[in-house]
Write a protein that binds this ligand. Structure first.
Ligand SMILES: *[C@@H]1O[C@H](CO)[C@@H](O)[C@H](O)[C@H]1NC(C)=O
Ligand SMILES: *[C@@H]1O[C@H](CO)[C@@H](O)[C@H](O)[C@H]1NC(C)=O
Ligand SMILES: *[C@@H]1O[C@H](CO)[C@@H](O)[C@H](O)[C@H]1NC(C)=O
Ligand SMILES: *[C@@H]1O[C@H](CO)[C@@H](O)[C@H](O)[C@H]1NC(C)=O
Ligand SMILES: *[C@@H]1O[C@H](CO)[C@@H](O)[C@H](O)[C@H]1NC(C)=O
Ligand SMILES: *[C@@H]1O[C@H](CO)[C@@H](O)[C@H](O)[C@H]1NC(C)=O
Ligand SMILES: *[C@@H]1O[C@H](CO)[C@@H](O)[C@H](O)[C@H]1NC(C)=O
Ligand SMILES: *[C@@H]1O[C@H](CO)[C@@H](O)[C@H](O)[C@H]1NC(C)=O
Ligand SMILES: *[C@@H]1O[C@H](CO)[C@@H](O)[C@H](O)[C@H]1NC(C)=O
Ligand SMILES: *[C@@H]1O[C@H](CO)[C@@H](O)[C@H](O)[C@H]1NC(C)=O
Ligand SMILES: *[C@@H]1O[C@H](CO)[C@@H](O)[C@H](O)[C@H]1NC(C)=O
Ligand SMILES: *[C@@H]1O[C@H](CO)[C@@H](O)[C@H](O)[C@H]1NC(C)=O
Length: 575
């Protein structure tokens, strides 16, 4: 290779590293709703059984997004008790009406067929997207609600996906004029639109997003179900109350058109359009990255360009969404982070940490913070070496329970990365039921753990792994020959697109790897259960069915580290 060619290659690499590529919000961030107010963009995504609910991101340039808040931060705003994976809070829509932000969403506490619990629609209001009101519950039931104010008449509408009745459950888009103060329908509740697919229980017309662009009202929808058939379609009308005419170029976004086993990016849909202050239009939507047929990161937020022809939108010039192509029309560069380090020295945790379901009690504390005065009696917040630490208050529950274990989770943001967490040194041992560890977590039915516990058949501590593959739990124990957890004991998970490797290190140095799991089990649920989230990293401690004894070891973490490696995922799902 000549020096000139090498220089050129180098230059291309530098350029590729800075231009904006999909996914724009990596890690599970489905059902994006985007809004632009006074030159700032806001974006909300679904949070399911995670707490706090509904993350809200903000950006000035569409390329770099900061997590600024969550809409549901208190039990009065979201009740997730016994909620199974995939239920919880779905599909938000942000609106800005009369100087106030609205976030419409729904809660589905469970979908167990015996429970017969239907999804409840609500919206919250906020002057600043930080401080949110309690929910205002609406009359209709269904999913994917959205508020729309007609700019011509000032009248507000609630649109949602709802069933025709409770017998055959054929879903369509329904609408009523809404009294914003009460959530009650102020106008007739009616079926507005039935979409472009033959109407049956799998056509799943959903995610209605209404907007006005002179001279039409547009209704952007998702169709085909959340899996491979997922796509975006659009219709328009001269009135927000219809009738709506579908676009001649529907579906306007559908990578499945090129085959379900062909392109890496699949399930493209559930979009929202946004107009930039420059008059350019963009679409934020969800898509999955398929690696050898499954998507451990779940559904992420993607962007594409929107151009208009005869009053109909064309997405990405009608071409498929490819990971290798930069997003047209967005010139801003994305600042890529090489690592994330949490040393627990802050006053509070970074916003990117979550718990599972609505916590009944607070089960962690930062030793550096004085915020939890009075919650903990005696010693639970003391770290032995005096450094900053996250001390967990373990309870009877673990990651397999439909409750709130002493666990904190962060979304997995790259298919090629490492996650490691250094344990707080302990003064005493753990019983065979007690564990402290890390996990790559999809659900209560599929999580892969590595940690330290009391050995099952002998005294002293063991490193252990517990994997859940296709519904079968398996564990391994490695004798450590230690009575207490020493300083610098670190747990490691190496994520690659197709596998996760689990290990530990007692002193600084190379990890000892003890288990490996195919990444497809991070995109798996038993029949009749839903996979709507993607993989998260967890740090946890558990009493394994028993309360943590008052005399038990003080357990926690002193550092969490994520290293993001280059992520060359091909455009075609060929491995
Ligand atoms: C947007 O600008 C208008 C006009 O200056 C102002 O009244 C409004 O409060 C601003 N809204 C936000 C959310 O910044
Ligand atoms: C949040 O809003 C409520 C109700 O409007 C108000 O009472 C409270 O002071 C606000 N809190 C903050 C931190 O702004
Ligand atoms: C949608 O389909 C239902 C039948 O399932 C029908 O009653 C209704 O009139 C249709 N709505 C529209 C707007 O075409
Ligand atoms: C719904 O209709 C589509 C297209 O005709 C068909 O492929 C699908 O099997 C139908 N689904 C059900 C549940 O009937
Ligand atoms: C795979 O997708 C590409 C478009 O990106 C298309 O040209 C090709 O025909 C597709 N292959 C198959 C087998 O459909
Ligand atoms: C891809 O998945 C298939 C099974 O679906 C498996 O046989 C094959 O080994 C996997 N490929 C790689 C590279 O892991
Ligand atoms: C635990 O934290 C509380 C609140 O900051 C503090 O009052 C208490 O002294 C701490 N306990 C110990 C043993 O340091
Ligand atoms: C652990 O041992 C150290 C040194 O003996 C002591 O300073 C510390 O208070 C002990 N911590 C607990 C939680 O007992
Ligand atoms: C503990 O001992 C029992 C009985 O010998 C054995 O079946 C089991 O596999 C052992 N467990 C571990 C984790 O070593
Ligand atoms: C998973 O388990 C089911 C039975 O529960 C079995 O039918 C299926 O073949 C298993 N899949 C794999 C990949 O082992
Ligand atoms: C743990 O690591 C720190 C930082 O590298 C080092 O200063 C300390 O001596 C180590 N402690 C032990 C007990 O190895
Ligand atoms: C993951 O990162 C490693 C180390 O940088 C690199 O060798 C490998 O090619 C990367 N894998 C992918 C799929 O990008």
């Amino acid at each position: 290779m000549t020096t000139k060619v090498m220089l050129l290659l180098l230059l291309c690499q530098v350029l590729l590293a800075t231009a904006l590529h999909n996914p724009v919000l990596p890690g599970w961030n489905p059902d994006p709703s985007i809004l632009q107010v006074n030159g700032t963009y806001y974006l909300a995504t679904s949070s399911f059984e995670y707490f706090p609910g509904t993350p809200i991101y903000s950006s000035k340039d569409l390329a770099n997004w900061d997590l600024i808040s969550h809409a549901q931060t208190s039990p009065s705003q979201v009740q997730l008790y016994g909620t199974p994976t995939g239920a919880g809070v779905w599909a938000p829509t942000l609106s800005y009406i009369n100087g106030l932000f609205y976030l419409a969403s729904m809660t589905r506490w469970t979908y167990d067929p015996v429970a017969r619990v239907w999804p409840r629609i609500m919206y919250l209001t906020s002057p600043d997207l930080i401080n949110w009101s309690d929910p205002i519950w609406t009359e209709p039931w269904g999913i994917d609600p959205a508020l729309f104010q007609d700019p011509k008449t000032g009248k507000s509408y609630l649109c949602l996906m709802a069933p025709n009745n409770n017998v055959d459950r054929v879903w369509g888009i329904y609408q009523c004029g809404v009294d914003l103060a009460t959530g009650d329908c102020s106008g007739q509740y009616m079926n507005l639109y039935n979409g472009t697919l033959p109407q049956n229980s799998s056509s799943r017309l959903e995610g209605p997003k209404m907007f006005y662009k002179d001279p039409y009202y547009y209704l952007l929808t998702a169709e085909g179900g959340t899996d491979d058939q997922h796509r975006s379609t659009i219709a328009r009308s001269s009135s927000p109350e219809g009738p709506f005419d579908p676009a001649p170029n529907n579906p306007i976004l559908f990578n499945g058109r090129w085959g379900f086993d062909n392109l890496t990016v699949q399930s493209t849909g559930h979009g929202t359009f946004v107009e930039a202050p420059t008059g350019e239009w963009f679409c934020a939507f969800l898509a999955r990255r398929k690696v050898n047929g499954s998507s451990p990161l779940g559904r992420e937020t993607f962007f594409t360009s929107v151009t208009w022809e005869d009053g109909w939108p064309i997405l990405n010039n009608g071409n498929p969404i490819l990971l290798s192509e930069s997003i047209q029309g967005i010139s801003a560069e994305k600042t890529e982070m090489a690592s994330f380090v949490e040393d627990f020295c802050g006053e509070s945790l970074d916003l990117s940490w979550y718990q599972l379901r609505t916590p009944y009690t607070k089960n962690y504390v930062l030793t550096s913070s004085n915020h939890d005065h009075g919650i903990y009696s005696n010693h639970r917040n003391t770290s032995d070496d005096g450094s900053c630490a996250l001390v967990l208050k373990p309870n009877v529950f673990g990651l397999s329970d439909r409750d709130t274990p002493a666990a904190l989770l962060r979304k997995q943001k790259s298919l090629n990365m490492t996650f490691s967490a250094t344990l707080l040194a302990t003064n005493s041992s753990l019983s065979y039921r007690q564990s402290v560890g890390i996990s790559i977590y999809l659900s209560e039915l599929s999580h892969q753990d590595v940690g330290v516990k009391g050995c099952t058949n002998t005294t002293g501590l063991c490193a252990y792994s517990q994997t859940m593959i296709n519904g079968t739990t398996q564990s391994k124990e490695v004798l450590l020959g230690l009575a207490t957890i020493p300083q610098n004991t670190t747990l490691h998970i190496r994520a690659q697109p197709l596998s996760y490797t689990l290990g530990y290190s007692i002193e600084e140095g190379e990890p000892t790897w003890i288990d490996e799991v195919s990444s497809k089990w991070l995109a798996w649920a038993p029949a009749d259960w839903l996979v709507f989230t993607g993989a998260s990293w967890a740090i946890f401690a558990s009493g394994g069915g028993e309360p943590w004894q008052p005399s038990g070891a003080v357990v926690g973490f002193t550092k969490v580290r994520e290293e993001y490696l280059e992520e060359n995922i091909p455009d075609y799902d060929i491995w």
